[in-house]
Structure formats: structure tokens, C-alpha cells
Design a protein around this ligand. Sequence first.
Ligand code: TEU
Ligand code: CA
Length: 538
Amino acid sequence: MADTKWWKERIVYQIYPMSFCDSNGDGIGDLQGIISKLDYLKKLGVGVLWLSPVYPSPNEDNGYDISDYCGIHPDYGTLEDMDELLRQAHERDIKIILDLVINHTSKAHEWFQKSRQRIEPYTDYYIWKKGKKGKKPSNWTSFFGEDCWEYDELRGEYYLHLFAKGQPDLNYRCPSVVDAVEDVMRFWLDRGVDGFRCDVINILWKNSLDNGKWKPALTGSEHYISTDGLHRLLHRFNEDVLTKYDCYTVGETVFVTPKMADDLVNPARGELNTVFSFEHMETDCYFVKWFLRRFSPDRFFSCLSKWQTSLDWNTVYFENHDQPRSVSRFGDDIHYHDESAKTLATLLLSLRGTAFIFEGQEIGMTNFDFEDMTPVRDVESHNIWALTGRLRLPKALRWRMIKQKSRDNARTPMQWSGEANGGFTTGTPWLSVNSNHKTINVAAQEEDFGSVLNYYRRLIALRNGSSVLKFGSYKELYLKDGVFAFEREYEGESLVTVVNISGSVRITPLVGDCLISTEGRARLEGEMKPYEAAIIRR
Ligand code: TEU
Ligand code: CA
């Protein structure tokens, strides 16, 4: 029997609102811009939109530093615009999920401002600590390459921030924080939102604040990743709020292992529906993303295969607003741009699990074309640039790290057309548009049957109409030298995906008639191109 949960059937499309579509010429994407593209998204075939944060925020971390959980940033519009977006999306049978960022708030949040002044009930809303003889309370380091205690003059204590300085961590040992966060969830669910992408959800509960074992990055993390306290908290959110609605949750879970993931998504435990794992995104680095390592297709495939077999239901994604563009990273955006974009699409959309596409991926948008730090806006990139400078790393290496891994690679504005600023804005974009918008853009691809965009549309239509691709079991058939083949099977019907991302010609390990082929073949046999994929029936 098909599992009919809507979030298992639908493809999710992530919108980074700042960079999607600007309706009023101020250079910043907005909710009316999103509304104007709903027909485009419907035609693409996606069934859920995930919006990165649209709440009021000083934007130190582009909206992941929230100063009011129940409002809309004026740059994006108003609550009425959000209501309209929900109505218009639902009319088209598209669901909307919002980013729920509850590990931390912005410093500008009223809760923090009152907590600094010890005004009840906010006094213990954050993780405050006295220093040790004029030194920071512990040796922990942040996700953004700094230490993570900041002194607050007014309160006379340090506060913990696992991300930027302007993102103080909430204290879940304080019961009124739990209540307040539950009210935030109810506020949006009652307005018609269909679920949440839960930012760094597996680090909410800190077991202790003691010194951590020194690590090249994230010293202290053994005290807060997937703790028992976290499981209790998530179960409570689920019981008190989530089970009361037909909603979907996907947790962003850093450093998660298959076992930890299973504990979070196992339906019997009642915590989250799905999680994002990171392992396949770490196949081109050592330990953290900045320690560059040559991308190995086989390592990538093995990792995907491992997760496919260790969890009953995964999420699959190759891009988001924190990651470089997949065509530049796992493909070849110079010699085989379209071929590698289509090949990666075929892999992504035929694996088992809820699939996520990030805005622009469907046209094969590439990494940014910046030549130095001047146009870079991301707080993490600037912190790392400064840190590697203090460590006296050679400038060329520092720039290579940024160029390959900066989060701004994914954040350049959506390329709608070949016109000025890619048709994203009539004003000055908040982040420069890639100059390749002249050739890589929606309008040009719209006209061309063989384009990446039209390939995505056909592939999505195939998946939306196929119980095998949606629900079928997963079995690895072949994995070697950049070639990967796996089988999906459902009620006696079987389909096989074969991909070659080796960058060289390879003999296909399996032959059969194509349901879809990046090369437009009717039958797959003999040699495969350096980047080629097909879904076949044997
Ligand atoms: O990201 C959490 C996270 O750990 C990373 O992916 C991180 O952003 C970084 O790239 C590590 O090198 C989430 C959000 O997706 C991210 O945009 C926010 O900056 C972060 O949480 C803080 O809210
Ligand atoms: Ca705007």
C-alpha cells in the first residue's frame, strides 16, 4: 500500500526570499515576488515551498537572526502578503513550510533585551554565565569560526552564541522558553502554514557548559549534539503542538549519524518527520567544509547509498542556501554544464525520500563569479577570511577556500532572464547577479526543449506520476569509477537509475529502455557520456 503522507509524495522547492524575485525595485526579493512566480513553480511540478526566514531581523545572518518570530520583515512585505501567499499557493495545491529558527534569536529580540536587564520572565531565557577569573566561561568554539561567549556589559555576564555574535542561544531549561516557542509554532500553523524546516534542531539542549575536548572546529560540540534532553523537548513539541495539525517537519541536523537520525524520525518516538543529513555534503572536505578535499564521485555515491539503506525515509538534497552550487561542485560547470546539471537532477529525483530543490538548481545556476572579498556578504565567509588571515594562511589558499565554499555561492539572485540583473530586480541587487545570467536563465531555457529547466520539468512529472519512484524500495546495483546504478521496486514494478559523473566515457553496467535519458536516448546500452544518466526498465 502506498504511504499517502503528502510530504512523502511531493517535491519541495526551497526559496531564499532575499534572492528570489524583487517586486518593487529595492534590490531585495519579497513575498509579492514569490506570489508572482507561483505559476512558474506550479509548472515546474513542485508541491511544497520552503521559505528561508522572512521574519523581522537585523540580517547579521540574513534572517537566521530573528528579532520577532510573529512578524514579517518589512523588506519582504506584511503579514497580509503572507496570508495572500498562503491562499494563492494553496489554491494551486502547493504547501508552504517556514523556517523555524529556535536555537537562537537575534540580539535585537525583545526577549534578549529584557534578559540583559534581568526583567522577568526573561531573565533566564538565554544561556548566561560568569567568566572564569576574567576569562571566557569555557573553551567552546562557534560554527562560524570564532569563540562563542560574548560579554554583555549591562548584565555583567557572558552569553553563549553557537553562531554569530548577534545570535544568542536560547535556554531550554527555562520552562517559559518552551511555552513561548510552542506559541510561535501555533501562531503560524493557525495561519495556515503547512510545517517547518527546523534550523539546527539537534543542538537545542546543552548537557553541560564545561570545557570540551579540543577539536580543529566546534570544540564543545559533544555537550550538545542530539542529547537526551533534546529528544524530550522534541517529543513535547510534537505532543503539545505538531500532532494537532496536518503538518510536516524537517530538522536540519548537523553532524548527525544514521543512528541519531533514526532516533529523531522513528514514528514510534513522535519527534520529527524527517531530517537533513550532511554526510554526502562532506565528501569534498575533511571534518569541516573549509579543509578542502578533492571531490570523489564514489565517496558521494557510497554515502548516499549508506543513508538510503540505513533510514526508512530520507530527505535528499544537493543544494541549499548554505552550500555551493551542485553543478559547480559535483559536476563540471565549464565543459559539461547542461549534462552534469541534468545528470545530478536524475540522481536526486530518483533516490528514495523527500526530495528538495534549491532555487536556481532547476536551471543549473553555478557558483558566484566574484574575484575577491569585496562583493561577499555572508557573515560566515567574513569570519573565516579574518580567521585564516590571523592564522597567516597564504592569500591564494584563503581565497580558494572562500571561492569553493562560501555560502554566497548559492545566494546570488535568481536568474530569470538575460536582461540587466537577470530580471531579478529593476534596482540594485543586494548581492551581485552572476554575469552568466546572460546565458543561464529561465527565459532562454523556457524556449528550448533540451534545456536543463525543461529536463527538470519532465523528470518531476515522471516522478510525480510514478509510485515506484515515490515509494519504491532502494537497492544498490553497481558503484564504481564514477558510475552508480540502483533499483527502485514497488508492487512488482522495477526501475533502475544509472548515472555516470566520472567526467569520462564509461560502459554502462546495465542496459534497458529509457523512461528518461539526459541524452534523449530511447535505449541505454554501450558507452555513456562523461556526464550522463537515465532511468530505465530492464
Ligand atoms: O545552518 C547550520 C549549519 O551548521 C551550517 O550549515 C552552517 O550554516 C555553515 O554553513 C557551517 O559551515 C543553519 C542555517 O541553514 C544557516 O543559514 C544559519 O546561518 C545557521 O543555521 C544559524 O541559524
Ligand atoms: Ca523588494
